[in-house]
Design a protein around this ligand. Structure first.
Ligand code: AN7
Length: 358
């Protein structure tokens, strides 16, 4: 069979229209988000004795999964006559909101925790023309402030408390099922504000109801240990992790996420910063560069495997939520991504290579 390699992908609103709350009045917004690669991870598969797949959400137009929910949230805001979108963000939501607002001709206002957003994300949001306020507080405080602002000003909140965000994010689960021909056995996802794991689960349930898949997967969510509110069972006032994307202490979709792991037969667990860093480097050795928060999914899978909780031969999907290029500082710090400098001649190169690890 020959694959149709030149079919144009229309973006998720058109591709999954019948599963989304789209009307004749919804503007056809798209940056061709979705259709992200599902890449096999042979090294991890061998190590774990399972069939491990990586869903590269960092291949979305702004480099993270947020584009799936944002395209729908911004399209609906436009449909409803709104002119301004607002969000609090650890970085990726802001980049995505800024891009889709630019595309839709809307104003984007963004509140970020000062000093805790990766460089690439900040640069993106500014390039797309967003108005950025770095607040002296963490993400949870910024989100509370956004809710207050929205009570007073004519703005549309595009954080995942906007129901269209989760609706759009379901499409990642649809794609995995379309690619594998059925649901996987297990899905591992990093958890910050807990929207994504809730959306994926809803996607699997919806596809199951529609008769598209025969089973639903067990959902495993992983919080960073210093921000593991759901695992600990209480909000964390001062969340800490180097994976700044998931540095969130009071997840907005807490209840939905607990429902997702419980009704799917999965679990919510925490991974340490060391485990995240190890997985971040490990995934790069498979040829895939994700951001630190994304590696929490693989760190979690490795933790499950170590405790014998991955059945032999199971099909496992790890969701790599964001692109490694978002956070060059972490790569330089952990991956020793600073090059060794040598003289520009053959002898210098030969000497360097003889010593190994150039
Ligand atoms: C790379 O951008 O919350 O559990 O404001 O950027 O759905 O929150 C980002 C979250 C995982 C967690 N991986 O997803 C934001 C923001 C990456 C992320 C998460 C985020 P949720």
């Amino acid at each position: 069979m020959t694959a149709a390699v030149h079919t144009r992908w229309p973006g998720i609103l058109e591709a999954y229209r019948r599963f989304l709350p789209i009307t004749d009045h919804t503007p056809p917004l798209s940056l061709c988000e979705g259709n992200t690669p599902l890449v096999a991870a042979p090294g991890l598969s061998r190590e774990i004795g399972a069939s491990v797949w990586l869903k590269l959400e960092g291949c979305n137009p702004t480099g993270s999964f947020k584009d799936r929910g944002m395209v729908l949230a911004v399209a609906k805001a436009l449909e409803e006559g709104s002119q301004t979108v607002i969000c609090a963000s650890t970085g990726n939501t802001s980049a995505s909101a800024a891009a889709y607002a630019a595309r839709a001709g809307m104003r984007a206002v963004i509140l970020i925790p000062d000093g805790y957003v990766a460089l690439g994300k900040l640069a993106q949001a500014r390039m797309y023309g967003a108005e950025i306020l770095a607040v002296r507080g963490n993400f949870d405080e910024a989100l509370a402030l956004v809710r207050e602002v929205a009570q007073r000003l004519p703005v549309t909140v595009v954080n995942s408390i906007n129901p269209y965000r989760l609706e759009g994010q379901q499409t990642a689960a649809f794609e995995v099922c379309d690619a594998l021909g059925d649901a996987p056995d297990m899905v591992c996802i990093p958890v910050g504000n807990a929207g994504n794991i809730s959306a994926w689960w809803r996607g699997f349930v919806r596809y199951h109801e529609a008769g598209k898949i025969r089973r639903t997967p067990r959902m495993f969510g992983f919080e960073a240990e210093g921000a593991a509110a759901i695992v600990r069972g209480e909000p964390i006032a001062k969340p800490e992790t180097f994976a700044t994307a998931i540095r969130i202490g009071n997840p907005a979709s807490w209840t939905l996420a607990v429902e997702a792991v419980e009704s799917s037969g999965g679990a919510m667990d925490a991974v340490t910063d060391d485990e995240i860093a190890e997985a971040y480097l490990r995934v790069a050795r498979e040829g895939v560069f994700c951001e630190p928060a994304s590696a929490a999914s693989v760190a979690g899978l490795l933790k499950l495997a170590r405790s014998g909780r991955v059945p032999p031969g199971a099909t496992v999907v790890c969701v790599l939520t964001g692109n490694g290029l978002k956070d060059p500082d972490s790569a330089i710090r952990l991956g020793q991504a600073t090059p060794r400098v040598v003289d520009c001649n053959l002898a210098a190169v030969e000497t360097a290579l003889a010593g190994g690890d150039a």
